[in-house]
Design a binder for this molecule. Structure first.
Ligand SMILES: NC(=O)c1ccc[n+]([C@@H]2O[C@H](COP(=O)([O-])OP(=O)(O)OC[C@H]3O[C@@H](n4cnc5c(N)ncnc54)[C@H](O)[C@@H]3O)[C@@H](O)[C@H]2O)c1
Length: 260
């Protein structure tokens, strides 16, 4: 374990949602926080996966970790998970990365009401509930960094795997981020959005194949997908002491796919 200078001293806990998926951005982000000396609380719909990831990260880094089942679409579930984090023997919460999300590859005329609400609930309402559940901890603790997860789909419109409900939800995340950033700035809490392009995870596994993945990579000016670890590194840097004056931003990490 290496304690780098950008993690707060004394140690804080970083809460990461969507942290169970073995090749996912959430898990890679949680590992990066731990590598930089943060304690980590991993929340996911897949409670067993979150607990397994927490144990693995603790074994690899030596930091205190906790895995908790949480459905970000349920306010009760998220607030119960926040209580579990508070009652665990962890340092105060100093960062929150809201990474839980789901795609929507369905063409517009085939999007039914249920799918529309589901995609907005997971990607946008889940961000709202999670920020609400942990914000006061950060204000009370005197250190706060919220990192939300948007997508290039919010900025330039969706692609094959990220059609209208997803783009709308991820654009909503940008609005939430900007507004909350202004509202909590006086408390020293920053709120920033990360906007990745194509990332090499299993999020498209059900709908994609090798040929599609090659085509996606080729569509990026850098001719490759981001790794989950690259996204995690940005989230952790935005959570660090050096990034304290950066707030309300949309931080593109897309290999040149969208430049604004
Ligand atoms: N992979 C990409 O190309 C890409 C690009 C831009 C943005 N993103 C965003 O990054 C985030 C992570 O994506 P990923 O590629 O790691 O996906 P992933 O599918 O590997 O991981 C998503 C995780 O979120 C969890 N999750 C889903 N619904 C949940 C719920 N209701 N409550 C709690 N947890 C839930 C899943 O169990 C899973 O562990 C998502 O918000 C996604 O939209 C991904």
């Amino acid at each position: 374990m290496s304690h780098r200078t950008t993690s707060p001293d004394p140690q804080r806990t970083a809460v990461v949602t969507g942290a169970a998926s073995p090749r996912g951005i959430g898990r890679a982000t949680a590992l990066r926080y731990a590598d930089e000396g943060w304690a980590v609380a991993l929340l996911d719909l897949d409670g067993d996966g979150a607990r397994a990831a927490a144990e693995d990260i603790a074994a690899r880094t030596g930091v205190p970790t906790l895995g908790v089942a949480a459905d970000v679409t349920s306010r009760d579930s998220v607030f119960a998970a926040a209580e579990s984090v508070r009652s665990a023997e962890l340092p105060p919460v100093g960062a929150l990365a809201t990474i839980a999300g789901m795609p929507s590859p369905v063409p517009f005329l085939e999007v039914d009401e249920e799918l529309w609400h589901k995609v907005l609930d997971v990607n946008l309402t889940g961000t709202f509930f999670t920020c609400q559940a942990f914000l006061q901890d950060m204000i009370d603790g005197g250190y706060g960094r919220i990192v939300t997860m948007s997508s290039v789909s919010a900025q330039q419109g969706g692609g094959v795997f990220s059609k209208t409900p997803y783009s709308a939800a991820k654009a909503g995340v940008l609005g939430l981020t900007r507004s909350l950033a202004r509202e909590v700035a006086e408390h020293g809490v920053s709120v920033n959005a990360i906007s990745p392009g194509v990332v090499d995870t299993d999020i498209r596994a059900e709908d994609s194949d090798e040929e599609n993945e090659v085509r996606l990579s080729e569509s990026v000016p850098m001719k490759r997908q981001a790794s989950a670890a690259e996204i995690g590194a940005l989230a952790v840097w935005l959570s660090g002491t050096e990034a304290g004056y950066i707030t309300g931003g949309t931080h593109n990490i897309n290999g040149g796919a969208y430049i604004a």
